[in-house]
Each structure stands twice: as C-alpha cells, then as structure tokens.
Design a protein around this ligand. Structure first.
Ligand SMILES: [Zn+2]
Length: 106
C-alpha cells in the first residue's frame, strides 16, 4: 500500500461567527466569567459579547474573503464564494434573528 496523504481532518471546532479554526485554547473567546466560550473565537467574542455586535453577515463575508485574498492569494471572486459557503451556516448568523430585535433601527 502506498502512503496516502492524510485527509484533512477538522478535529477542531470553527468559530461560529467567522469560521476561524479554534485550535489553541487562546483562540477561544471568553465569557463574562472568564471561562472559555466554545463557540466563538477571541477575535469575534470577548467578555461575554461580540466585539462587533452590529456586524452583518455580508460584512463578515467581506472581511473573511479579504483575509483569504491576503493570506492565501486567492482571487477575490473565489474567496467570496468560499467565505459565503463557510460563514452563512454558522450559528451566529442563524440563531433567532428575533433576539436582535432589541437593537431595532428605523
Ligand atoms: Zn470568530
């Protein structure tokens, strides 16, 4: 049998806001009580709340796509598609849109 390259395994969770892999404990955001938040990364979430609570899904996709363009030299059009595919299903963008109703804008 030939040695095969290991399939890429996602043994670590992804941030449920920006899809960054949460590999090291310091990647995780913190809750108000200082405990680790297992859903979100430290870039999105600190001290029990989102660092940028007003960020929209579209803005996040844009941010992450730009990041990919810079980091892996991906064409912007591909990065957009990939970022959208990764980020749209995440928890932050899918849980009760009603909960943000307190933040009404008219
Ligand atoms: Zn994040």
């Amino acid at each position: 049998m030939e040695q095969q390259p290991k399939p890429r395994q996602w043994d670590w969770p992804l941030c449920q806001s920006c899809a960054r892999p949460l590999i090291h404990p310091e990647h995780f955001g913190l809750n108000v009580d200082g405990s680790k938040n297992s859903d979100y990364c430290c870039i999105c979430f600190q001290n029990g709340s989102f660092i940028d609570p007003g960020l929209t899904l579209e803005q996040m996709i844009e941010k992450v796509a730009e990041d990919m363009v810079n980091k892996v030299n991906m064409p912007k059009s591909s990065a957009d598609i990939l970022a959208r595919a990764f980020i749209t299903p995440l928890k932050r963008w899918n849980e009760g849109s009603d909960s943000s109703a307190s933040n009404e804008r008219k």
